[in-house]
Design a binder for this molecule. Sequence first.
Ligand code: ATP
Length: 298
Amino acid sequence: MGYINVGAAAKKWNISERSVRNYCRNGRVPGATQDGLVWLIPDNAEKPARKQRSGKIPTDVISRLKMEKEAGINGGLYHKIQIDLTYNSNHIEGSRLTHDQTRYIFETNTIGVEDDAINVDDIVETVNHFRCIDLVIDQANYKLSEAFIKQLHFVLKTGTSDSRKAWFNVGDYKRLENEVGGMPTTLPAKVAGEIKALLKDYNSINKKTLDDIIDFHYKFEKIHPFQDGNGRVGRLIMFKECLRNGITPFIVYDDLKGFYYRGLKEWKHEKGYLRDTILTCQDRFKVHLDYFGIRYND
Ligand SMILES: Nc1ncnc2c1ncn2[C@@H]1O[C@H](COP(=O)(O)OP(=O)(O)OP(=O)(O)O)[C@@H](O)[C@H]1O
């Protein structure tokens, strides 16, 4: 796959360059990434569809999230997911921002500081995570691709102190070996090949089940393709793939972190631990879907 620039995409899709840039900025072109100020657009990317303008309130998860996101609705499911998914996923990885601080950043783009010092990276990665969720919603209906996975990492880590380190590859695979749970992961030189093979196997499954999505997550985390941010990127992928496959999405809640880690550790030999943890997360999420009157299948 190659990349084309904004001018070429504008010509190909018969729209203005400004519209192409807006589509890219709003995450509506799967795989589009920014190199400095220049947008690189996959040469096989399709022109994004126009937004629907009907007055009906959708009752399926994806349409509802898209509608609330585009309309900037406060207090709905989109608002809730942004805060709860970001807070829990960041907390699992060690962010010390509270749920209220996360909410405050989302709602006001400011943060009140009381007694404790706050790590700037926690704030940057929180704001970046909000954007990652937008990407997940915008691209929920597309096939999972390597370009999208890298784009999530790029958006998550942009502007952090890691991104200023010479050895840290923002939006690309790790350069240095890393471990997870004290166990070896895929060596840097083999990551690209293993991710491609994993995606090929996964995308060849016609009707994906929750177990397929969890299995992808386990294998992705075992490869640990990025220097850092693998957990959060992996959980965003699970959310996206649930949306795409009509499976109730879920947030891995911070208070279940111990069960989640144990489940990952045991998955290869015993699938029950992680499956049950995820089912619990799904049940909690269904309470919110019920509250907002949104349909789900299982
Ligand atoms: N035993 C395990 N087997 C496979 N994956 C695991 C295991 N234990 C943890 N993980 C995954 O690795 C993630 C954390 O990895 P790690 O502590 O290396 O942080 P990271 O890669 O920097 O990710 P982040 O930026 O999200 O912190 C966990 O969130 C989980 O998804």
